[in-house]
Ligand binder design. Structure first.
Ligand code: FAD
Length: 570
């Protein structure tokens, strides 16, 4: 298909599926306070943003169009730079160095932004309202719940730690999601060393108290284990010399290897390094129960033997789960049995008008991608003849590559050859099977693609890119309404207003302690060692949200090099 001819077919439509939404005056709802607009004339569209994490903050930072009335609702009045949370657990970096008040971030903007410190507990997409509860007690008339109307809703509430309902985890383990978690871990580590130093303890009790267990061999668990090892060996052993021989760090992982999402070379290096460092990595060990004294694990292989180990402190880092407000919303809109809100490639929540979901609470629906790809085939069959020429087929693949680079790449690498063989005749210029047959074959190929294609990872990188993509769409809403720039619509006519969201992967780091970091950059370029550690320092310093936090973090790193980590336990 000739793409240039398609670009001429400019048919205007709205991404929200509707025209201008009436700007009604806010009224008390169910006895709750209602938040009114700052604009008496009601010309501005109300955008409500839930959450001040990576996705929400990136959206706010990049929103430049002053024609919106923006309200931000989050129980946290600051943005936290999560990649440095493991460093906070051991005092390498101070908690205040990695947070920035959200009011500071939006202060200098020409966009009308108001912030409410509250959590949203219900989303009513039918009536375009969100119900919120403040975690602060007001001393006026005691009203702590209020309702906010919106024209556009941006859901970026992130996720919570996933305990998989394993008994005792929520009660006895530490999590590492928020600043408060990192502070609690830091205090507990020092408490363990102080308790182990008391004169009344036996050696066995001392060993139990100084047994630190990390559950989950993903990047966060591995980084925390490495930080803790450095903290103990570089700082704490000097202050607690007798504790040295009693300290043990165990890393439990249910699958066969740690850092599964990384290149095999990095996994192997990390496992060897941890072994050299004396960190006990137990793979194939699934935690089945945690009591206040012991962790019980079941061997995934070898007959599923269950054994228990005493511990002093356990950190749970096994992935993320859905927040209650999102679960409730998913039930309302018929998206049950999912981990996250399904959105399309424009980040619109499926089946909801003007609601967007970004970051860890959302996932782009892959099943729809398959349907869309089949629709691309149908569009390509312009004369409805039931056949495609090889040239048309090539164009279809180009279109797929543009819309879904991951699918396109996979097809080009693995499936394309067999598909072309299947479709072209002996002369190589005409597809001999009918489109229906082709689609069937293609569906089969796609089901393989589907199983190999993973959802976008739940990372800050994805969340931040989604936030800035959506802000860009909002900034150019009117402009793109006149001149749509997206691909052709499958259902209905014309083009989509915006290009779909495209994730650009810039690589990932795995700090392994001892000033050694593994870096996996695009193109499967792997680097491990001190040079990557310096790359890690520079990338994270540059990604910090403000010059203030940048200066604080760099000075924390300098302080750590000169004086070591703080061990006062406050
Ligand atoms: P979050 O950043 O979690 O933000 C969610 C926001 O929503 C918060 O402000 C929260 O207070 C608010 N909120 C919660 N509930 C409600 C509610 N009911 N109503 C309103 N607001 C609500 N990713 C990387 O790419 N690289 C890394 O090195 C990396 N390291 C990490 C280290 C750790 C220890 C952790 C925990 C995560 C790390 N991540 C990393 C992952 C990254 O932090 C997440 O993917 C990212 O935070 C997701 O952004 P988000 O905006 O979706 O959610």
């Amino acid at each position: 298909r000739d793409n240039s001819s398609l670009t001429k077919m400019l048919i205007v439509f709205t991404v929200s599926g509707g025209g201008l939404v009436a700007y009604s005056e806010a009224k008390p709802d169910n006895g709750m306070n209602a938040i009114t607009s700052t604009e008496a004339d009601g010309k501005k569209k109300r955008v409500v943003v839930l959450g001040t994490g990576w996705a929400g903050t990136s959206f706010l930072k990049n929103l430049k169009n002053s024609s919106y009335d923006v309200q931000v609702i989050s129980p946290r009045n600051y943005f936290a730079f999560t990649p440095l949370l493991p460093s906070v657990t051991c005092g390498t970096v101070e908690p205040r160095s990695i947070v920035e008040p959200i009011r500071n971030i939006v202060r200098k903007k020409n966009v009308d932004v108001r912030y409410w410190e509250a959590e949203c507990f219900k989303i009513d997409a039918d009536n375009k309202k969100v119900y919120c509860r403040s975690n602060l007690t007001t001393n006026l008339d005691g009203e702590e719940e209020f309702v906010v109307d919106y024209d556009y809703l941006v859901i970026s509430v992130g996720a919570r730690a996933n305990t998989f309902n394993i008994p005792g985890v929520a009660e006895n383990c530490h999590f590492l999601k928020e600043i408060e978690d990192a502070q609690r871990i830091r205090r507990t580590v020092i408490d363990c060393f102080e308790r182990a130093s008391l004169p009344t303890l036996t050696d066995e009790e001392r060993k139990k108290i100084l047994h630190f267990v990390v559950v989950g061999g993903g990047p966060t668990g591995v980084e925390f284990a490495a930080e803790l090892h450095d903290y103990v060996n570089e700082d704490l052993v000097k202050l607690y010399p007798k504790a040295k021989d009693s300290v043990k760090i165990t890393l439990l992982e249910a699958t066969d290897h740690i850092l599964n999402m990384f290149d095999k070379r990095i996994t192997a290096f990390a496992e060897e390094k941890f072994q050299r460092d004396g960190i006990d990595v137990k793979t194939g060990a699934m935690v089945v129960k945690v009591s206040d004294k012991e962790i019980s694990t079941k061997e995934v292989k070898n007959g599923g033997n269950v054994s228990s180990m005493p511990y002093g402190m356990a950190v749970w880092s096994t992935g993320i789960g859905t927040r209650p407000v999102i679960m409730d919303f998913m039930t309302q809109i018929g998206q049950t049995n999912r981990r996250a809100l399904a959105s399309d490639e424009w980040l619109r929540v499926e089946g909801c008008d003007s609601v967007y979901a970004l970051g860890d609470c959302a996932t782009i629906n892959q099943r729809k991608v398959v349907e869309d790809i089949c629709a691309i085939f149908r569009i390509a069959d312009k004369d409805n003849s039931g056949t495609l020429t090889v040239k048309e087929f090539q164009e279809v693949l180009d279109d797929i590559c543009e819309r879904y680079p991951q699918v396109g790449l996979y097809l080009k690498n693995r499936q394309m050859n067999s598909l072309v063989d299947l479709l072209k005749d002996s002369k190589g210029d005409v597809v001999k099977e009918s489109v229906e047959v082709d689609l069937e074959e293609f569906r089969l190929a796609l089901s393989q693609v589907d199983s190999q294609m993973k959802n976008l990872p739940a990372t800050a990188q994805v969340a931040a890119q989604q936030g800035s993509y959506l802000a860009d769409c909002f900034n150019r809403m009117e402009e793109c309404e006149k001149n749509p720039e997206g691909p052709l619509r499958f259902r209905g006519e014309g083009r989509h207003r915006f290009r779909p969201f495209r994730y650009k992967h810039f690589g990932q780091f795995a700090p392994l302690g001892g000033e050694q970091t593994a870096a996996q950059l695009p193109g499967d370029w792997v680097s491990i060692g001190q040079s990557s550690q310096w790359l890690w320092y520079s990338v994270y310093a540059s990604k910090l949200v403000s010059w203030r936090t940048r200066a604080l973090v760099i000075s924390d790193w300098g302080r750590r090099f000169i004086f070591g980590r703080d061990s006062s336990g406050i």
